[in-house]
Design a protein. Structure first.
Length: 317
């Protein structure tokens, strides 16, 4: 067995894991920087390059500097805002990709003389993770019903990074899996030899091949097979492995979820600045509003109607 291809696979997996961690760290740092009015680039670089301690420091600073803004009474951001509708529709498309992937194949194996075998997500750990991911997407939609949500964006980004990592690793696993099958098929051992090595004598018996399977495809002379004499090189001819469309769908979900999360954090940050600016502007206009013009002439106002502005002292202001 060629160990080089497995070493390359391990190196690729480590690089993919590091890239996924950098992406999520940058997203979390971006969200914390947005929450505490910190420079965006500082938050992204600290979150990505200092994964744990950097995020803790950013979180402490962000919470100490955060000014909470309340949502507008009766507001339904998903419905009443054009941007909200775009974000909601995109989130629905991402959830649809996850739901559709449940009914497709995830792994494919082909052996000469045997119909292709396809493995789905139902009944496996992949199916359970898919259900959890769908629940998280629905929860993020609920969190963002009234205003853009940084929390939901970070959670969806975390799941997106995980699916991005798993799907790319699954794609990279095809070549080592085929190489392993070829190595097993090239072994000059029979099943009986293997059982003797494992001290399992008299375990393998005679079996009848299923209808429709030509014994010649497997290098056999009859449909009755003595398993102890089966040559592994003939039992596993031309094996090929591949990933099904399920992995490609979750790869698209991972990329889309990360992009959606960054866009959501950016929109939440811009909206927070806009709300704060509106409140400050309203306060300034109230202080500087002119008094109603006086319309009563008298000794103190011989010129008739005039307009006076507020002359509050600094203490009164």
């Amino acid at each position: 067995m060629d160990l080089t291809i497995w070493l390359n696979f391990l190196i690729q997996s480590a690089l993919i894991a590091a890239a996924s961690g950098l992406i999520f760290g940058g997203l979390a740092g971006y969200a914390l920087a947005s929450l505490g009015s910190i420079s965006v680039w500082v938050g992204v670089f600290v979150g990505a390059l200092v994964p744990v301690i950097g995020l803790l420091v950013l979180g402490i600073v962000a919470l100490s500097r955060h000014q909470k803004t309340q949502p507008i009474v009766g507001e339904r951001w998903w419905v009443h805002s054009r941007a909200g509708r775009i974000f909601l529709i995109t989130l629905g498309v991402l959830a649809g990709l996850l739901f559709l992937s449940m009914f497709l194949g995830w792994f494919k194996m082909r052996v000469a003389g045997i119909p292709a075998l396809s493995v789905g997500a139902w009944g496996t750990a992949i199916g359970a993770v898919l259900v959890i991911s769908l629940v998280v997407v629905v929860g993020a939609a609920a969190l963002g019903a009234r205003r853009p949500t940084r929390t939901g964006a970070v959670v969806i980004g975390w799941f997106g990074c995980w699916w991005l990592f798993l799907s790319v690793v699954a794609l990279a696993l095809q070549a080592p899996a085929v190489a392993l099958a070829d190595s097993v098929g090239a072994l000059k051992y029979s099943v009986g030899d293997v059982t003797k090595l494992l001290h399992l004598e008299n375990v393998a018996g005679e079996v009848q091949l299923p209808d429709g399977v030509d014994p010649a495809w497997l290098g056999l002379e009859s449909s009755t097979v003595d398993l102890s004499t089966v040559d592994l090189a003939q039992a596993i001819p031309n094996v090929s492995f591949g990933v099904g469309p399920g992995w490609w769908l979750v790869l698209v979900f991972g990329i889309g979820a990360v992009a959606w999360s960054f866009a959501m954090v950016g929109h939440a940050s811009a909206r927070t600045r806009g709300v704060a600016g509106t409140k400050n502007g309203a306060a300034v206009s109230t202080i500087q509003a002119p008094l109603a013009p006086s319309t009563v002439p008298g000794a103190w106002n011989p010129a008739g109607p005039q307009t006076y502005v507020s002359q509050k002292s600094p203490w009164e202001r």
